[in-house]
Design a binder for this molecule. Structure first.
Ligand SMILES: Cc1cc2nc3c(=O)[nH]c(=O)nc-3n(C[C@H](O)[C@H](O)[C@H](O)COP(=O)(O)OP(=O)(O)OC[C@H]3O[C@@H](n4cnc5c(N)ncnc54)[C@H](O)[C@@H]3O)c2cc1C
Length: 414
């Protein structure tokens, strides 16, 4: 890259110091050069940009959507409280760097009650039944752990003990679709185990999307600017967008594995098959929220109570009640069932959620619904799914995706 042109750029735009927010629809003066172009303004892209800024390099983040956050997206308008349409929980608060950053921003964090409560039909599980369920979960987890030390990276489903009895489907839902967006038959044992314990969780009262947007305060970025093509070599890259072309020493690509595998961004030369296969093996599971605002707390539950039912199949859901102390509840569906339901649209999703709650809490729930909304992450064009988890045999793909391809680096959840 030409040093003189770089100097001109810095002098003319005050580039590194001034955030380049481009309101949707407004043609922003996209820089023609940077040290590094980051593709995507989700958690990973913003984290990368902050680090690049911290070491005094010039970065520009190009984001396809008209807002910051990617799959961390807070909806502040539908209900009278902020609602996370994507990720809500930060896991392992003691070790999670985002928790420290949130505190530095003086954002209020809310610790969630640990674990789920169990519903069996219209009643709560008795203590003995809850213990049975927890024992089934522990046995299932142990069997998956044992299998992860075996020869092959098999599916979690084939590692499950066969005698989990009445709790088999619930354990399968809690460990699979509800935790990763994938059913256990579609999930690698090694990936599941390396994913670690996600027991303790904490949320940001204003929403995780709000928090990621705040962390982007000083980051130069261009919204509504999808990268369409990346020409790369071992020395540099050129990132093409409808607003212009940016030459840089490197690109950090943080789009989801499904977006990467979809070919929405063209690479020249084409990406090696090794990377594309890795993205496909780390494809996104399906996970969606169905939000219901219920007047008068007809469920009789406390703030952030998480409920699962004893179910005979994985066609079930997880309830997060009274989110952050509000009257909004989220009924979360995932895996193959959630994918099918979500493809049927809002009406089918909301009907399922209401019927499911009526089955567990009684018919008065139906009349208490004041407002509803649902997410459709599989259809969201810049995500194409919810969260990445390796398919059986796919765990080594994470290391493959971490390899640079010339001056292109992949980053993000996968
Ligand atoms: C419903 C749901 C619930 C979840 N719950 C949790 C949870 O509680 N806890 C948790 O830890 N995780 C959760 N997750 C997963 C979590 O949201 C993701 O792991 C995380 O947000 C991924 O961040 P990322 O930056 O890697 O990717 P993304 O957030 O997908 O960011 C990539 C960015 O790239 C942009 N982009 C795409 N194409 C282009 C292009 N061509 N040019 C420019 N930009 C482009 C996208 O718009 C996006 O902003 C959940 C996800 C969903 C969907």
């Amino acid at each position: 890259m030409n040093i003189t042109r770089r100097d001109v750029l810095i002098a003319s735009a005050g580039f590194a110091a001034a955030p380049l927010f481009s309101p949707p629809g407004l043609a922003a003066p996209l820089p023609r050069e940077a040290d590094i172009v980051v593709i995507g303004a989700g958690a990973a892209g913003i984290a990368a940009a902050r680090r690049i800024i911290a070491v005094g390099r010039r970065v520009i983040v190009v984001e396809a959507a008209n807002e910051i956050g990617g799959r961390c997206l807070t909806d502040t308008t539908t209900f009278d409280v902020p609602i996370d349409r994507g990720a809500r929980w930060l896991h392992n608060p003691d070790a999670n760097p985002l928790v420290k950053l949130a505190r530095a921003l003086a954002l209020e964090m809310v610790v969630a009650p640990v674990g789920q409560k169990i519903r069996i039909g219209r009643r709560n599980a008795r203590p003995g039944e809850t213990e049975e369920f927890l024992a089934a979960l522990v046995r299932a987890n142990r069997a998956i752990e044992d299998a992860s030390r075996g020869k092959g990276d098999i599916a979690c489903a084939s590692a499950l003990p066969k005698d989990l009895g009445d709790w088999a489907a619930t354990a399968e839902f809690v460990l699979g679709a509800s935790a990763t967006g994938k059913d256990l038959r579609d999930l690698s044992v090694i990936d599941k185990v390396r994913g670690g314990d996600r027991g303790a969780v904490i949320a940001c009262r204003l929403g995780l999307g709000t928090m990621i947007a705040r962390l982007a305060d000083q980051v130069p970025l261009a919204l509504s600017t999808p990268a369409s093509r990346i020409a790369w070599s071992n020395r540099d890259v050129a990132v093409e967008t409808a607003a212009g072309r940016i030459a840089a020493r490197a690109a950090i690509v943080t789009v989801s594995t499904n977006v990467l595998a979809s070919g929405a961004i063209k690479f020249a030369p084409e990406l090696p098959k090794r990377q594309l296969d890795a993205a496909a093996r780390l494809g996104l599971g399906s996970f969606d929220h169905i939000f219901l605002q219920l007047a008068g707390n007809p469920l009789g539950l406390a703030r952030d109570d998480a409920i699962v039912e004893q179910s005979s199949s994985t066609k079930t859901a997880m309830l997060l009640a009274n989110i952050g102390g509000s009257s909004v509840c989220s009924i979360d569906v995932g895996g193959a069932f959630g994918r099918d339901l979500s493809s049927q649209g809002d009406k089918a999703m909301i009907a399922f959620a209401v019927e499911w709650l009526i089955k567990l809490f009684g018919s008065e729930v139906g009349a208490s619904v004041k407002k509803s909304a649902a997410t459709h992450w599989n259809a969201a064009p810049f995500a194409l799914g919810a969260m990445s988890a390796a398919s059986p045999g796919g765990q080594p793909s994470r290391a493959v995706l971490a390899e640079p391809v010339g001056a292109v680096f992949f980053a993000g959840e996968a």
